[in-house]
Ligand binder design. Sequence first.
Ligand SMILES: Cc1ncc(COP(=O)(O)O)c(C=O)c1O
Length: 451
Amino acid sequence: MQGANFLKEHNAKHLWHPMAHPAESVANPPKIVCKGEGVYITDIDGQKRIDAVGGLWNVNLGYSCQPVKDAIAAQLETLPYYAMFRGTSTDAAIELSVKLRDFFAPDGLTRAFFTSGGSDSVEICLRLARQYHKIRGQGDRVKYLSLKKGYHGTHTGGAAVNGNSNFRRNYEPMLPGVSHIPAPYTYRNPFNETDPARLAQCCLAAMEDEIQFQGADTIAAFIMEPVLGAGGVIPPHESFVQGARALCDKYGILMITDEVITAFGRTGSWTGSRHFGIKPDLMATAKAITNGYFPFGAAMISEKVADAFESDKSALSVVFSGYTYSGHPTGAAAAIACLDETLRLNVADNAAARGAQLHDGLQAIAERHAIVGDCRGGHGLMNCLELVSDPENKTPLEKAKVAAVHEAVYEAGVMVRVSGNNMIMSQPLVISESETNDVLNAIDSGLAAGT
Ligand SMILES: Cc1ncc(COP(=O)(O)O)c(C=O)c1O
């Protein structure tokens, strides 16, 4: 690898970064991360920091997970790649499908369709939902419902169901036939309602109203993240998730849970669906399926949906979707080892315990800093501080001040993620109690930079 001077000189000059302005990246070059160990990353200047972003919500087992590294190396030796298109399979993909069937059995999901990441998994779920209705003779069901503030990746379908205008505006017009329901976001909502249970009922009423307005028999699926992640960690009241499931059942709409973040333990439960006591018809997963060490994902399919496809012998049931890297054997081998480690370490329990510690600590910090308008979490290792300049009017903190807080927290020893005026935390699920205290202390001292 080239030396530090070379890397700094060329940083962001010949590559465009996702979710960033190319010119701004040149003006304010991104941090160059060179090493990862445990829950720590080390940058090009040798500064070691706790990675409270967990890669990008995906490095659940930290950076030193040897079994996953070994599995990747061994698979590269044996069979580095083979295709999964009709007619061939691989041992790793088959073994993984059995493991996933067992893991997701409590969610009622028994078939996997492999992808290269989260956006792919979302896209496959959206496509399969339409196809399911076509197979069943309800080809008019082509529309989708989703939540404002939701994030579902950046493919064309996923961007259309996204609920944040930043990810939509520059690419409009979006896919037609998508309606967005108000999110159960207590800090800001059109109902001026701060009580989570009452807000859940308002949002459900809006959802039912939209279903009736669109015509239930035109809607294929409703998609939601069990806890909204990139939109600023918005946990719904459980009655919202259960109520949405009930509305989907009432109107024959498929429910897709986008668990690209929440599958594999992050909420303190093994899946977000289980966390809220529902069973989805389809589930999008990716990220922690390989601990972020290999790009991979799985769209999981319920018995109900599988039955429709498998019992229909017509061409309508052919899955004309897939990727060169669907079921990539190296990714599948990584996922097998990752799932074994995830279960052996019982990371869901640690996510619950460390998540509670972090949330309690953040609430105390929020009391001390006027720039914290809202403190959200309470569901495992998904937490967020929403920063404001004027708590009374909830005015979002200016970009420059948010950047100053971000840098000050980094200087204090911790990498967090900022998105708009949200400071988001999604630590590896193996983080310890003392490392969690270090995260809290760095945030406490860093927030002073925003005032
Ligand atoms: C809930 C959710 N869905 C989909 C995606 C897209 O996944 P990917 O970036 O792997 O394409 C993300 C990524 O953060 C996500 O958080």
